[in-house]
Structures are given as structure tokens and as C-alpha cells.
Design a protein around this ligand. Structure first.
Ligand SMILES: [Zn+2]
Ligand SMILES: [Zn+2]
Length: 69
């Protein structure tokens, strides 16, 4: 089973994987096997490893915008 195509990121590498998120065809070098994502999606979701430093659960109830100083 040969896949004819080149990596959509570098444009030179042979396509070896398909990103699970954006379905982009990427080479070995631009695919993260741990997450199944291309490097673009990988950086988009925060580098993996289950860390979301940018996501802070701050669910302030509605209607509490009256602050007294
Ligand atoms: Zn590539
Ligand atoms: Zn992707």
C-alpha cells in the first residue's frame, strides 16, 4: 500500500500519516504519534501532555459584576 503524496507542511517529506484533527497529510517528521496530530494541531492544542496552561476554569456566576472597593 503506497501513498503517493508529499507532506503538506514541509512539501518534501513522504506522506506517512494523516492528522486526526485536520486530516492533513504529513510526513513522519511533522506528525506526533502520541496524539495522532500534525505539528500544527499539536501546537494549537497546547503541546499535548494533558496540560492546558491557557485554560483556566473561571466560571463566575452571572450577575456578579458589582464590585465595591
Ligand atoms: Zn513534513
Ligand atoms: Zn493537524
Amino acid at each position: 500500500m503506497s501513498v503517493s503524496g508529499i507532506c503538506e507542511i514541509c512539501g518534501t517529506g513522504e506522506v506517512r500519516h494523516t492528522c486526526l484533527r485536520c486530516a492533513q497529510l504529513v510526513c513522519d517528521e511533522h506528525f506526533d504519534e502520541d496524539t495522532g496530530l500534525c505539528v500544527e494541531c499539536l501546537s494549537d492544542v497546547g503541546g499535548g501532555q494533558g496540560q492546558n496552561p491557557n485554560r483556566v476554569p473561571d466560571d463566575a456566576p452571572d450577575g456578579v459584576d458589582t464590585y465595591e472597593y
